[in-house]
Ligand binder design. Structure first.
Ligand code: GTQ
Length: 352
């Protein structure tokens, strides 16, 4: 329905007159504000390791970990340029630490996960306890805990950083400070958190050393892999996910971090998964094997990626996706599911 010309002029005059008073007409934007379904500006994207690795190497030549504080190449979504975000709610980057380097101690209210991609023997220290990192390990740096990273090994180490930076930015709730020492003092033996909380047991008296975040810093790959292998062998395969488990906070059974959910899944050889869509966009890191990823945008248009180990890709909110693997594949992924779950807005659909 078109308004008569005079009405159009009067409306435009109204918009111009009220604009200096910080007033806007809702009716011009209502459809975009409450869309019939999510219309994310975030787009599907793939970062093959082959393409990223040479830039990481060059970053290692132009700046030290110490000078950079964190020597990271941000995986910036092409639909979110300038925002340092891989989805609207999450940040991802690939962090390089060379032999002998230290990434100095600091803390921030943004929570971080690390997923080890290349190398082993570097450590991350959280609250006085070091954790040695191996490929496939899922590691947590809880909100507001001092952390530093060091690499006493003789190989470069690369890991995926996943942080809730855009969520904290949205809430204007970010605080940060540097540690007093370059590396924090070691006050707890390596492995003590895992011994306390990682064996289906817990301290007798209630403790939650990191509040809403899991008390386990490191979820070792061999344990996750063993669980997936056994389920692949002995249990029914899910037609959408293959074999998929979520990481838990052992004290609550809930999400490992209040803002980020993390998952590991195995697609059996010959898997041809059915499609699904969900409102939590997810970031994937390929651990082993190969897979094909099909992603359909709600606006139309589809993408197909062939992925191999150390590749990273993103499936945005409400994009229908499916996974296939001839050779078999292990995938790590993370999303903002705990936030959407807490707010009661999480929606997912398994397509036939
Ligand atoms: O390791 O503390 O990729 O503070 C971005 C911000 C890593 C970290 C990032 C950070 C860190």
């Amino acid at each position: 329905m078109n308004a008569p010309q005079t009405a159009v002029h009067e409306r435009e005059q109204l918009y111009r007159d009220m604009d200096p008073h910080n007033l806007k007409p809702l009716w011009e934007v209502l459809h975009a504000l409450v869309p019939p379904q999510p219309a994310s500006p975030c787009v599907p994207a793939l970062w093959t390791y082959e393409r990223v690795r040479p830039f990481l190497k060059r970053a290692g030549e132009v700046i030290s970990a110490e000078e950079a504080v964190r020597r990271v190449l941000i995986l910036e979504n092409p639909g979110l340029r300038g925002q340092s975000a891989i989805t609207q709610s999450l940040y991802a980057g690939l962090q390089l630490i060379l032999p002998g380097e230290v990434a100095p101690s600091h803390r921030h209210t943004q929570g971080a996960l690390r997923f080890v991609v290349e190398g082993q023997g570097a450590y991350t220290a959280v609250n006085g306890e070091r954790t040695t990192m191996h490929p496939g390990d899922f590691i947590i740096t809880p909100s507001w805990t001092f952390h530093d990273h060091g690499n006493p090994s003789d190989q470069p180490m690369v890991w995926l950083d996943g942080l809730d930076i855009p969520i904290l930015r949205f809430f204007d709730a970010g605080f940060a400070e540097n540690g007093s020492a370059r590396s924090q003092q070691v006050t707890q033996a390596e492995g003590s958190s895992f011994a306390r909380f990682g064996h289906n047991m817990a301290p007798v008296r209630p403790v939650a050393p990191f509040g809403k975040t899991s008390p386990i810093f490191s979820y070792p790959y061999d344990r996750s892999r063993e669980a997936l292998d056994r389920l692949e062998r002995d249990a029914p395969i899910d037609e959408w996910d293959g074999v998929k488990l979520r990481y838990t906070n052992p004290l609550t059974g809930g999400w490992p971090m209040p803002t980020i959910a993390a998952f590991m899944q195995k697609l059996p050889a010959g898997f041809r998964g059915k499609g699904w869509r969900q409102t939590d966009g997810a970031i994937y890191s390929v651990v082993e094997g190969r897979a094909a990823v099909h992603i359909e945008s709600p606006a139309g248009g589809s993408t197909r990626y062939e992925v191999t180990p150390r590749d990273h890709f993103v499936i945005p909110s409400w994009h229908a996706a499916r996974l296939e693997s001839e050779a078999g594949c292990v995938l790590f992924s993370f999303s903002d599911r705990p936030v959407q779950d807490a707010l009661g807005i999480l929606k997912e659909e398994r397509l036939p």
